[in-house]
Design a protein around this ligand. Sequence first.
Ligand SMILES: Cc1cc2nc3c(=O)[nH]c(=O)nc-3n(C[C@H](O)[C@H](O)[C@H](O)COP(=O)(O)OP(=O)(O)OC[C@H]3O[C@@H](n4cnc5c(N)ncnc54)[C@H](O)[C@@H]3O)c2cc1C
Length: 453
Amino acid sequence: MGQTNFRVIVVGGGPVGLSCAHALAQAGIDFIVLEQRSSFVIDAGSNLILVPMSMRVLGQLGLLEELKRVSSPLNIINRMDHRGRRLGSMKWFLYDNEYFGAYPRVISRHDLTKVLYQSLPSDTMSNLLPNKKVSDISTTTNGVCVTCKDGTSYEGSVVIGADGAHSLVRGSMRQLAIDNESSSLNEEKPFLTTYRCLWTRFPTMSGLTPGTTWETHGKNLATQLFAGVDTVVMCIYERLDEPTYDRCRYSEADEEALVGRWGHLPLTPGQALTIRDAYKSRIQSGLVNLEEGVVKHWSWNGRIVLAGDAAHKFTPSTGAGFNNGIIDVVALVNEVVREVQAARTKSLHPAAGPQKAQIVAAFKAYEALRKEPVIEGCKAAGNATALATWGNWILKFIDQYIFSIHIIQRFLSSQQASRTARTPAFDYLDSEEELVGTVPWTMPLKMKSGRTD
Ligand SMILES: Cc1cc2nc3c(=O)[nH]c(=O)nc-3n(C[C@H](O)[C@H](O)[C@H](O)COP(=O)(O)OP(=O)(O)OC[C@H]3O[C@@H](n4cnc5c(N)ncnc54)[C@H](O)[C@@H]3O)c2cc1C
């Protein structure tokens, strides 16, 4: 028999956990979100770029207009080397607009989480619980029991682990696999770090038009600068002496040492703005390792499933992390909703849930749909970082002389566009197609009138 009170426990209230909350709320599925921080709106962290595939599904959730208000569209990417010599421009964002009818947009993590949090239906707000650091997950006959560090515990049918790269949920899955002598055993440390990133946010200065993008490329270090309306974000990618699977926490002294090594490099032409200038006028900054990899097993026994950075981690060079995380939410919740609706139709109980076998199948279908694009995305992001940091002479040559050719960019972006067009959208939500360009989406949206276009 299936369950009569189907409830999802989302661990982690970052951008992916909050997106899960929206998707579940709109599906009428009971949920709670457990977040270790004292607030869901995070006033820290780098800015992010939203690309058309995620803007489309954020539109389905009714969030796109509000997100547009607090983000800036991005245009041409201007590139130069460490000596300030121009390397030609990149037109990826222009092609995105042509193919899908939307320029990628830069937004602060603060504004993204604020919009995601504040736009949740008021009757679900009490389901979002801050100050809840999850410390243990066990499975029960009918579901899961999640225990927090403060001693409280919560029972539910399934757990979605949206708790980031150093996921406790992933660790619990591994422990369950060991205890049950299962072959579905993930690596203890699944992500390899080859680069670290110093990100800095500073006020938009004169000479930096919102929407401007600059990159500086060269041996072992590259920068990316995205100018927003009020703030600019700069990311510095530095190759580590040795790749590592270990977690590393950096201090302000480490940030200052990095700026000491590379502070003279230009972020814009003619030394108008250097790394040191940007760092000195910073509002916020952080030095983080850039883990890379895709976890082998994304779910455990129809009880626990991973999404977002808990399942895969990319370097930010192509702005793929959250953008893929929200598509995980789409693919996962679509599968779960299908099973829940079937169970409710069968049992005539409004809160019924599927049997475990159906949830196992839903989680497997989700993983099968997402694994390949995520592996491709991870590779592409790693390659972009290796190219920009001139990992060897071949990469340096390609970066300087091949990638600057617009016809090559056009070819590569059209290949990417056909992959993007296949990205799933929510199949249980009625919505209008807001992103229309020259490349049609493979999966049409369910329109408000019930028709598909
Ligand atoms: C410098 C930089 C630039 C980036 N730029 C982009 C970009 O342009 N575009 C893009 O798409 N992505 C970008 N990313 C990646 C993006 O930030 C991540 O992919 C995204 O934040 C992942 O969201 P998440 O919710 O899965 O994980 P996280 O953002 O890590 O959120 C996890 C949440 O879980 C909570 N949590 C963790 N453990 C527990 C626990 N035990 N109990 C309860 N709560 C817990 C955390 O407090 C946190 O709120 C960038 C990343 C970096 C570092």
